[in-house]
Design a protein around this ligand. Structure first.
Ligand code: SF4
Length: 476
């Protein structure tokens, strides 16, 4: 992984208006902590002046070190960000929001996703004199805007529209100036971004609707793919379309793994989709078992669905230590292995002598699954039958999820029929892609990206720095 092409998985929250902006944006971004645990940042307009604060670590740690003067000034609007990055690009310099002086105006930007042509754009900008402060693809937005400003007579948002026309890939953006909050979602709609409002006329925008639940905001709607929303000095909301929507490519893995079950994502309840995944899995891959045990936490609701459908008792045979972070999004493989062992403790009384149907959300490298299965065996499981709520992962993601290189994905290293043996399972069945897509209701199957399963990338290979098609072909 090079620092020229950092891949991030992030969460966004913004507030404009109201008399508790900082408190609300803190609550909102804290509810999105699962989307990034490596760094957090907040930019706020304090007493009419844009101010930035960011730090490595969790949201509460970052907010606890906000300079005291922020709390004495009136805060009119703010954006906040949580970040996960790959190794090599994880410095605090790359934490977001980024803030820059563009033609005499301080502008902040926070980003969720990955810009696929970032390396090409960066080279082009550097060749013509741009000096970058970070290695993140997000900084491109500010440079491209600055270049376009003159052509648009200093109109920031027209310059932004032009800049967006140069970007390919996945981007939800929040931008902040002294007077405006802006939300942008790419034309494919890879990542979720939703709008809420409060009874006092203030607005909130967030990656997931769970942020509205904790702050008391009312859910209004999603930011549409290809839409830019601007809240001006008077907090009035204006919509502009910078690109025609589509073809839609909403990330199905948000439903399978990433989003919180209390959220609505792409118009569907994550809770309902996860239960439906479990029910569908029970239909496609029944098993004779004494108990259904989910992998905490993302296998939990699919496990409930499976147990209901299969009429097998459900139990929580693995207890999670909630003081250990999410294993998939920890950047170092060494620390991930250690985390797996520290994170889940088997409960022998729920496991010993039983035929277990183990519900897992996905298998990526296999190291996490292998370690977990080992602990169940040690606790006395008689049989372990794993059922996975998505198809095998065989391809990389270029749209904001940090999967490892293709050759490190377990389903590419081991033939499907040998996977159960390699993982020390009595049986292993993945949910079909058709079955997975049948569990989302708000959009037809073709509105979702499934590239990490089937290798069909929604962005043309010639528009991506690392065209995945050759890789995909070699796997077929
Ligand atoms: S490749 Fe997979 S993880 Fe990436 S956006 Fe598509 S479905 Fe989501």
């Amino acid at each position: 992984m090079t620092t020229e092409k950092p891949r991030e998985y992030c969460g966004l929250c913004g507030i404009t208006g109201g008399d508790s902006v900082l408190e609300q944006v803190h609550l909102g971004i804290h509810s999105l902590q699962h989307r990034g645990q490596e760094a957090a940042g907040v930019m706020a307009v304090v007493g009419g002046v844009p101010c930035l604060h960011k730090a490595a670590g969790l949201v509460d740690e970052t907010f606890s070190t906000i300079p005291p003067f922020w709390k004495r000034g009136e805060i009119s609007r703010a954006i906040a960000h949580v970040r996960y990055s790959t190794a090599g690009s994880s410095s605090v310099t790359n934490a977001q929001p980024l803030m820059a002086n563009v033609a005499g105006q301080l502008i902040g930007v926070a980003h969720n996703g990955t810009i696929c042509n970032a390396r090409t754009l960066r080279t082009e900008l550097q060749d013509s004199g741009s000096i970058f402060q970070t290695t993140t693809d997000t900084e491109l937005v500010l440079h491209l805007m600055a270049r376009s400003l003159k052509r648009h007579n200093g109109d920031l948002w027209s310059a932004l529209e032009e800049a967006l026309g140069r970007l390919h890939g996945a981007y939800c953006l929040l931008l902040l100036t002294k007077d405006c909050l802006v939300a942008v979602r790419d034309p494919h709609g890879f990542r979720p971004l939703c709008i809420g409002d409060f009874d006092d006329g203030s607005y909130m925008v967030a990656s997931e609707t769970i942020a509205f639940n904790v702050t008391g905001a009312n859910y209004l709607r999603e930011v549409e793919p290809g839409e830019m929303i601007i809240w001006g000095p008077d907090n009035q909301m204006t919509s502009r379309r910078f690109a025609a929507p589509g073809p839609l490519a909403q990330c199905i893995f948000e439903h399978v793994y990433f989003a919180r079950p209390g959220s609505y994502v792409f118009g569907d309840s994550v809770y309902e989709v996860r239960k439906a995944l479990g029910r569908r899995l029970a239909q496609e891959a029944p098993v004779e078992a004494d108990v259904v045990i989910p992998m905490p936490d993302s296998g939990l609701y699919a496990g409930l669905g499976y147990a209901e459908e299969a009429k097998i008792p459900f139990d929580l045979g693995l207890s999670r230590n909630h003081y250990v972070g999410r294993t998939f999004i920890d950047p170092g493989i060494t620390s991930r292995r250690k985390l797996v062992m520290r994170k889940l403790q088997p409960i022998p009384e729920a496991i010993r002598g039983k035929r277990i149907c183990l519900i897992e959300d996905s298998i990526v490298r296999g190291s996490t699954s292998r370690a977990r299965i080992g602990t169940l065996r040690e606790a006395g499981a008689k049989e372990i039958h794993m059922r996975v709520t998505c198809p095998p992962h065989r391809f990389g993601c270029y749209f904001g999820i940090d999967f490892p290189e293709r050759e490190k994905l377990l389903a590419n290293k081991v033939a499907l029929q040998d996977l159960a043996q390699v993982l020390h399972l009595d049986s292993l069945v993945y949910l079909s892609q058709e079955g997975m897509l049948a569990c989302v209701k708000a959009h037809p199957p073709e509105a979702y990206c499934c590239a990490c399963f089937d290798g069909h990338y929604p962005v043309e290979p010639e528009l991506m720095d690392a065209p995945p098609l050759d890789i995909a072909k070699s796997a077929l």
